[in-house]
Design a binder for this molecule. Structure first.
Ligand SMILES: [Zn+2]
Ligand SMILES: [Zn+2]
Length: 330
């Protein structure tokens, strides 16, 4: 190799190093100087792992996930303030589970699932197109998304801790229920409050009827002699909760809790009366759901009466307040 060739090689190497340095340093600078910004973006762009079906887990941005939750959990025709209240409740519920403060033994690899009986309902864009139809999809989606955007980063706290903001469809106009009556645990922000704003059709009774045989089979007391429908009847309500719902009943000498009976029979609520006629037992229920926390139809009623989402939330979750989460480093 001649001296001249070696010179070119060294020059080439120098140019290469120069180029690398010139390209590399700005990249490092951008990364270095921008690290705070990146962290803030990651914080506001929080991701959530959701189990769509056993073995099928997806990761998506929290705020995108919340649109699918609000759309699944509340009719899009509801007032924007009711939708905002739902968005804040759903965000709080989700963050509590991302932070691992609530049990998720059913799906240890995901913070939440889409089973409304376990976590909260969620619908994909495809599901929502089917539910709303192509014509209404655009405006409905935008309305729900605007409720999520308008409350971005807002959560419900009690003494600076995220609350567990459970909610139900309709209290039937009876008012909400104490958490203690349903889950046996006293939760200061889940106390019963009056609610008179459910629409009349939600305050009416719904009949659910069983044949005697089916009724006793479900209760696991098949074969028991059916008592003659004498005084008190087949199902005797032993006592009621403070809100007036059924706390305990006696059926063929066995005592059941109201919430237990609701689960066994698939009743809409524990706010019921019972009638026995011939071979049938009929339950007349009012409202829909466990009745604890925010009443969704009540929230809609309050929104229509001019209440803001904050007023609605702070009404149903007594002592809790809406707070905007601060970003890391604030
Ligand atoms: Zn779940
Ligand atoms: Zn209500």
């Amino acid at each position: 190799m001649s001296t001249r060739t070696r010179g070119y090689k060294i020059l080439g190497l120098a140019v290469l190093i120069y180029c690398l340095v010139m390209l590399g340093i700005p990249a490092l600078l951008v990364r270095g100087c921008g690290s705070d910004q990146v962290r803030v973006e990651e914080n506001s762009g929080q991701m959530v792992r959701v189990q769509l079906a056993p073995g099928r887990i997806v990761t998506m941005p929290l705020e995108t996930y919340l649109i699918g939750v609000v759309a699944a959990e509340m009719p899009a025709e509801f007032d924007i303030e009711a939708l905002k209240a739902q968005a804040v409740a759903a965000r709080t519920y989700t963050l509590l589970r991302i932070n691992g403060k609530a049990s998720d033994r059913k799906h240890p690899d995901a913070s939440l699932c889409t089973d409304p009986g376990h976590c909260q309902a969620w619908l994909s864009l495809g599901d929502l197109r089917k539910r709303w139809g192509l014509l209404a999809f655009g405006s409905n989606y935008e309305k729900v998304a605007s409720a999520v955007r308008a409350t971005a980063g807002e959560v419900l706290v009690y003494h600076d801790e995220l609350i567990d903001p459970v909610y139900h469809a309709s209290c039937g106009g009876r008012g909400t229920e104490d958490a203690k009556e349903v889950w046996g645990q006293d939760i200061p922000y889940l106390k019963r409050v009056p609610c008179r704003w459910d629409p009349p059709e939600k305050q009416g009774v719904v009949a659910t009827s069983f044949s005697m045989k089916d009724f006793f089979n479900r209760l696991g007391i098949a074969g028991k002699a059916v008592p003659a429908s004498n005084t008190g009847g087949l199902v005797q309500v032993l006592d009621r909760t403070g809100s007036g719902r059924v706390r305990r009943v006696e059926i063929a000498s066995q005592v059941f809790r109201g919430v237990e009976l609701r689960k066994i029979l698939g009743l809409r609520s524990t706010d019921f009366t019972v009638r026995t006629t011939g071979d049938r037992v009929t339950f007349y229920t009012r409202g829909y759901g466990h009745a604890v926390g925010m009443c969704q139809y009540g929230a809609q009623g309050l929104a229509l009466r001019g209440q803001s989402y904050r007023q609605i939330l702070e009404y149903y979750y007594r002592g809790a307040t809406v707070k905007k989460l601060t970003k890391a480093g604030d």
